[in-house]
Write a protein that binds this ligand. Sequence first.
Ligand SMILES: Nc1ncnc2c1ncn2[C@@H]1O[C@H](COP(=O)(O)OP(=O)(O)OP(=O)(O)O)[C@@H](O)[C@H]1O
Length: 299
Amino acid sequence: MNSTDDTPVIDVERLNLVYGEFHAVKDLTFQVRRGEFYALLGTNGAGKTSALEVIEGHRPPASGTVRVFGSSPRDRDTVRPRMGIMLQESGFSPDLTVAESVRIIGALTGRDDDVDRVVDLVGLSRKERTRVSQLSGGEKRRLDFATAVYGTPELIVLDEPTTGLDIQSRDELWDAVDRLREGGTTVVLTTHYLEEAQQRADRIGLMHQGVFHREGTVAELTGALPGVISFGLPARPLAGVPALPLHVERQVDGTFRVETHRVQKDLYTLLGWAEDHGVDLVGLEAGPTRLDDVFRAIN
Ligand SMILES: Nc1ncnc2c1ncn2[C@@H]1O[C@H](COP(=O)(O)OP(=O)(O)OP(=O)(O)O)[C@@H](O)[C@H]1O
């Protein structure tokens, strides 16, 4: 079947996956639209990688259907030229050099590209002739990233892409992804670095124990929960200072936290109290609930 512009790039319908007696993915249904950045997030063992393995065509479903560009992902000749995949481990041969490994990606995926361009894009130009066995963990991860971006595919699937990368390497990886997105590439991401998804994802699906818990934009997922104001107080005693007229919780690290649906109003109250009584607030932060809190709420 040919895909049209309206066809979801990924269409997962009541997907079930079973390992022996263990039901790892239960009735998973979601779609990823063309050009979208979709983050599939969840707790350890939630079933994200298992679901991605079906989308990538590496594993047949126990039941349900998965379509990529309107085709079965098992139809590799149709799908692989259009889908770049960065697995948690790509398994390049340790004896090959970086340039040789990148060249093989073209042969395996049926996509065309310039090896030097890709090596440069993933920041491995100075390691082009280095054997895979001599790369650091972060450099291996960059090489894994090459498997996704080689040939500028229409869809890239990134399974925990920044695990083990230093901050500079992460920024470089996201810059490369941003450039692909400007060209219309669809992105599917799993990660445990929630701020990466919070900053970039158009929509997020949240999985826990094989089940899809919630789906929506960051604003939709965090909007139902209260915002947070956090601050510390100076070490000196606040004798004679009247109590803050807000419900404040003391945290184990000695800082204070206010959960509120009226962040602006309560922040005004807090700042007024501090100003009136000469209290210097330490490390003041205020904002909407973060994705971390949505996560904690599903456990
Ligand atoms: N080949 C397998 N045989 C048996 N059980 C498996 C197999 N692969 C995964 N599982 C189990 O299925 C569940 C889902 O695993 P999966 O790797 O999909 O989770 P995940 O959401 O990607 O987790 P993480 O965030 O920890 O990487 C886990 O409980 C895991 O132990």
